[in-house]
Every structure is written in C-alpha cells, then in structure tokens.
Design a protein around this ligand. Structure first.
Ligand code: S3P
Length: 443
C-alpha cells in the first residue's frame, strides 16, 4: 500500500455507526514493559498495534524478553525477571512514553543501553526522567546535546529517592517507579495533581504493592524496592484519547450519531468528556463494565450545539493529549473556550499549542495564543468554520487527526501533511472514519 503524502477531509453528510476504539496506548506500552520485567508469560489481548507500540515491542525483545504475536491484538511476552544486555541501540521511534518508561526500567539492571528515537523524539526533553534516575545512581552519557537523545544509561542496583514533581506527569512518575523496583528502600513520587495511574494498577496486577496517600491537591505514590513481578494476563481497554476523534466528528457534523465501544473510563483520562459535557455535548455512556482492571463503557456522541467554556487548569493532567481535538471542536462552539495551565503541550510530539493555533487560524478560526495556553473563539452562532487550508503537522499524529476532523464540518476542505504518522497511535483511523461516512482521502 502506498502512503499518500497528504490527506484531505471534506464536509461530510451526517456520520453514523458503531465502532471500537483501538487499544489504549499507555496501557499497551506498560503491558509490554512490565511483561518483560516480570517472570513468566504475559498474554496481552487488545494490544494497540500502532507504530509507537511496535517500537516498544522490538525494544523489549532486544532487552531479552520473548515477544510473539499470536493474532490481531494478541501478543505474548515471556519475561525472565529483568532486562538483559541488548546488542544494539534501542530505537523508540516517535514514542515519548516508550523511551521514558524503558529508560526507567533499564536503569535498575546491570546493563548499558543506548536509547534513540526519530527526529521528533530527539527534540524532546529527557532530563525530566534521567535527572531523577541519576539521583538514584544510574550513570548517563549524552551522545550530543545534554537533555536530548541519544543517551546511554548504565544501570545497576539503585538507591530509592523521594521525588517531588513540579508538573503532573505519568511518564516521569512511571519511569521512577519502574526504576524503584530495583532500588534499595522505598521510592516515593509526589505529584501536584494525580496523573494517569496505569503503572500503579499494573504493578499491583503483577503482584507488587504500591502505596498511595493524598498530598495537597495531588498524591504521593510509594513503592518498596526488591519486590517480585509475576506475569499476569492483560486486557487492554479502548483508548479514550483515540475514541475522542470519531466522537468529536459526531459532535460537530450536523445530524450525526456515533458510538465508540469499549472506551476506558478511568477518571484520570476522561477530562475531555467532562469538558465537552460542560460545553453542552450530547454524550451518553452505556454498558459500563470492567476490563483489565479498568472501567470501560460504550460512548455515544450526537451532534450538539456547543458553547465555549473555561477549562479548569487542574483538569489538564486528565486530558493533556486531548486539547488539540478539544480546540478543533471549540472552533464550532458559541463563544470562547479558554485553555490554560497547559505549557506541557509544547513538549509533546510537536509544540501543540503553536501548531493548533496556526492550523485553526489558517482555517479561519480566531485563536489567541499564550505562553501556557490558548483561547479559541468559536465560529459564531451559525457554527460555521471556513476551513480551506493546508495544515503543517510536524509529523504529530494528534495535530493531523484534529484538523481532519475539523475538515469534516468546515465549509472548505482541510489538508494535512505527513498523514503516515497517524499510525503511531491510531492505525486504521482513516478507514474507521470512512466507515462512519467521512470523506477523507488522498486527493
Ligand atoms: C503518558 C503520559 C502523558 C501523555 C502521553 C502518555 C503515559 O505524558 O501525554 O501521551 O502513558 O504515561 P506526560 O506524562 O509527559 O504528561
């Protein structure tokens, strides 16, 4: 199959249908990594087969785990109780979560590992993770610029630390906890607001004890070193961050009704749905059940008259990856949607504040950019957004998908570059959207 160099979304008739969200990216990374650190066979069902996860699968195989694909989404990881010395460089591709969690995990073993990534990952800060790992006694050597990949980590027996995060970040917290497995003493991480707790939940599912105590508006997570991880099956729930795209399309394309089944409802991930409800979105959740230790449900979105809101900054951690698609839907709302306290967005696969502001402005939407946030002024009471732009994505999957969704409800077509990057988190996005009636194509 040839991958087009651009994709274009055109104004669609009403979208309708029932689809399944792809497996959660955060949980998929963790299932592979913890499976490789544990002893025994971890059978994973519903693994996201996106490029980021495939890079992590290759990484844990290079680090000594047995990795087999048994069928679509069905993977088996055979762990030997820790990582082994890899033969070459560990290339994590575009995956920030993959590399940061793997660096933490690797630091606890007596091996020397060089981590690298693609051009985008090489631009992202790594000291936020390697700093605390160095405090735990891991040794680091930067190949080029400090704070940027490639970096070589020499691990071994570590010392526990007490780490207070200045921003809520599950990647930093998880890296420290995974290193803490092989540290002497009790490792503690304090967060100003709680970030997603998938690592803590999965460590418990693998037989370890993890403590949590409230700390101001956040929490303090503790983990005693020297515990044993025992392999356990993992069922990966649907990714709310991916489900957001078809649901957003239904909210903004008149006459639409779309259901996404099996979406994870962990409250540390559902800030977007809460925000959309405050904007007047018609969202209903049915068939609540549990899968893989998480609550899941089927979410139906219907076209809605949205109004602008002020998103509480303390909600940021529970929707940090969702601000691009929130901004796209805010373009169709009546009034201003104010998003603040989200400076972290500038450090993702791209500077997402700058790129969303530029893309929306090119589509005729008024956006006011700030250092740590932005305000989107909706397309007035008639709900119209001009579109008609070619948007630069800097290879960021969520920037691409957000603008394609916007294009489905805009007056004129919207084109994005580097659409192949969508497969990092949402392989099959275009086909899924077309199945709902969307007009997305290469010309
Ligand atoms: C993730 C944490 C978030 C998020 C990323 C996935 C995780 O990053 O943006 O896509 O799986 O732990 P930060 O921890 O840097 O906020």
């Amino acid at each position: 199959m040839t991958i087009p160099s651009t994709l274009t979304a055109r104004s669609a008739p009403a979208l309708a249908g029932v689809v399944r969200a792809p497996g959660d990216k955060s949980i998929s990374h963790r299932a592979l990594i913890l499976g490789a650190m544990a002893s025994g066979v971890t059978d994973i069902d519903g693994l996201l087969e996106g490029d980021d996860i495939l890079a992590t699968a290759r990484a844990v195989a290079a680090l000594g785990a047995g990795v087999e694909r048994l069928g679509p989404g069905r993977w088996r990881v055979t762990g030997h109780g820790g990582f082994k010395q890899p033969a070459g460089v560990i290339d994590c591709g575009n995956a920030g979560t993959g590399v940061r969690l793997l660096m933490g995990a690797a630091a606890g073993y007596p091996i020397t590992v060089t981590f690298d990534g693609d051009a985008s990952l090489r631009k992202r800060p790594m000291k936020r993770v390697t700093g605390p790992l160095a405090d735990m006694a891991a040794r680091l050597a930067w190949s080029g610029e400090e704070d940027r990949l490639p970096v070589t980590i020499t691990g071994g027996r570590l010392a526990a630390i007490n780490y207070r995060q200045t921003v809520a970040s599950a990647q930093i917290k998880s890296a420290i906890l995974l290193a803490g497995l092989n540290a002497d003493g009790v490792t503690a991480v304090t967060e100003p607001e709680p970030s997603r707790d998938h690592t803590e939940r999965m460590l418990r599912a693998f037989g370890a004890e993890v403590g949590v105590l409230p700390d101001g508006a956040g929490w303090r997570v503790t983990f005693r070193g020297g515990q044993t991880l025992t392999a356990a099956p993992v069922t990966v729930p649907g990714d709310p961050s991916s489900a957001a795209f078809p649901l957003a399309a239904a909210l903004i394309v008149p006459g639409s009704a779309v259901t996404v089944e099996g979406v994870m409802l962990n409250p540390l991930r559902t800030g977007l749905f809460e925000t959309w409800r405050e904007m007047g979105a018609d969202l209903t959740v049915s068939n609540r059940r549990t899968a893989g230790g998480e609550e899941i449900g089927d979410i139906t979105a219907r076209h809605s008259a949205l109004k602008g809101v002020v998103v509480p900054p303390e909600r940021a951690a529970s929707m940090i990856d969702e601000y691009p698609i929130l901004a796209a839907t805010a373009a169709f709302a009546d009034g201003d949607t104010v998003m603040r306290g989200i400076g972290e967005m500038r450090l993702k696969e791209s500077d997402r504040i700058a790129l969303m502001a530029a893309g929306l402005q090119a589509c005729g939407v008024a956006v006011e950019e700030e250092a740590e946030g932005f305000t989107v002024t909706g397309g007035s009471k008639n709900g119209s957004v001009r579109g008609g732009a070619a948007v630069t994505t800097h290879g960021d999957h969520r920037i691409a998908m957000s603008h394609l969704i916007l294009g489905l409800a805009a007056a004129d077509p919207v084109t994005v570059d580097q659409p192949a990057m969508i497969a990092t988190s949402f392989p099959g996005f275009v086909e899924l959207m077309r199945g709902l009636g969307a007009d997305i194509g290469s010309a």
